[in-house]
Design a protein. Structure first.
Ligand SMILES: NC(=O)c1ccc[n+]([C@@H]2O[C@H](COP(=O)([O-])OP(=O)(O)OC[C@H]3O[C@@H](n4cnc5c(N)ncnc54)[C@H](O)[C@@H]3O)[C@@H](O)[C@H]2O)c1
Length: 351
């Protein structure tokens, strides 16, 4: 809708929120769009996105202007751009789960959590809430989704908690004519997207993949959090089944985060190995090593998904919009190959 701005609330002012905000200012004030995957999505430019609300629970972020909070510890993502004061002060969020030992040793929680997030979102006329909190806080992510629904805002769930894949939650959003998309963001070119892309390439060359594995090591709060065994197993399942969407029967695949390396900061190193068979059963082995920044890898997808959600809502869609979830997330209701999902998203929103 020309002239309309999309009012966004960011929940969890960590590394992904930091790159998203840096990217918003960078591309809104720069003439170059280099590095921006889709300059226009649903008729919206990046400059049409306005971050109008922000919540966190870490006392080093709460009470500070977003321009400072995004560079506060423990955030480790690179500072690419100095942000002028935004006028949006990070406020305290809610917490309905116990923090696991890794989170509680790093996050310094505020003394008092917010009780009514819906009122807060309503008072800021929020269109889209982006949930970027630490993974594993399932009750909390669901409480934020319910608050968004109550406040008349759509919801983007980047965490692996089942929100957009939970039929009851999807129904609540549908009945309010709102949109919910997710779950678990798929980085623009992280291990999962690269793994899936290489699978498709091998198949397109007539080579038969037999098995592959993906081992990720990284630094930053979210990787540390993933060292919590239950969460590590859960995320491994999500990644492995996302890759399995590209795969035919008879292929063994293993994918997961294996270790935390403090000095990697917000960077992640992914080791991929493929075993495949070619002519007369000859053997092929491919080893790939990817080094990337988690936060930077999230920026394009978050900006694209927010604009697509705004557009889909204008067009009268509600509930989980598969074309958006399949493009931007690993755990989805519908199974689609990554190349098909990207083409569908682009043909619908990026013309
Ligand atoms: N490329 C990517 O960055 C990527 C890819 C896939 C999924 N994700 C998901 O996105 C989410 C954010 O990732 P990140 O790297 O920015 O994490 P991060 O650890 O850098 O930041 C998380 C932030 O959430 C805050 N937080 C924790 N509990 C909260 C609560 N109850 N209310 C409000 N804020 C709370 C923390 O204080 C921290 O500021 C994670 O769930 C992650 O799994 C990110």
């Amino acid at each position: 809708m020309p002239g309309k701005r999309i009012r966004v609330a960011l929940i969890g002012i960590g590394n992904s929120a930091s790159t998203t905000i840096q990217g918003l200012f960078y591309y809104s004030s720069n003439r170059s769009s280099e590095g921006l995957w889709h300059p226009v999505v649903g008729g919206y430019g990046v400059e049409d996105i306005e971050v109008a609300a922000a919540l966190d629970i870490d006392e080093r972020k709460v009470g500070r202007d977003l321009s400072e909070a995004i560079f506060s510890e423990p955030n480790a993502v690179e500072k690419r751009f100095t942000i002028p004061k935004t006028g949006v002060v990070v406020e305290e969020g809610l917490l309905e789960d116990a923090l696991n030992p890794y989170l509680s040793s790093t996050i310094k929680p505020v003394k008092q959590f917010r009780k009514n997030v819906a009122d807060y979102l309503r008072s800021r006329s929020i269109d889209v809430v982006v949930n970027l909190i630490s993974s594993g806080l399932d009750k909390t992510s669901i409480a934020y989704a319910e608050a968004a629904c109550e406040a008349g805002a759509s919801f983007v769930n980047t965490t692996p908690t089942s929100v957009a894949t939970d039929p009851n939650i999807v129904e609540k959003f549908r009945s309010m004519r709102l949109i919910v998309v997710g779950d678990d963001l798929m980085s623009q070119l992280g291990g999962t997207a690269l793994h899936r892309g290489l699978v498709a390439f091998l198949k397109s060359r007539g080579v038969k993949p037999v098995r592959s594995y993906q081992l990720d090591v990284g630094g930053g709060l979210e990787t540390l959090n993933t060292m919590y065994e239950d969460l590590r197993d859960f995320k491994k399942q999500v990644k492995t089944s996302s890759i399995a969407e590209e795969v035919n029967e008879g292929w063994e695949v293993v994918s997961g985060t294996t270790d935390y390396v403090d000095f990697l900061g917000n960077n992640r190193v992914t080791y991929l190995q493929f075993n495949a068979t070619g002519f007369m059963g000859s053997s092929l082995i491919i080893n790939v090593n990817l080094r990337s920044s988690d936060g930077m890898n999230a920026g394009n997808i978050i900006l694209d998904v927010v604009r697509a959600v705004a557009k889909a809502r204008e067009e009268g869609s509600s509930g989980n919009v598969n074309e958006i979830s399949n493009y931007g997330f690993k755990k989805t209701l519908e199974k689609k190959r990554v190349s098909d999902a990207t083409i569908l998203f682009q043909s619908k929103y990026c013309r």
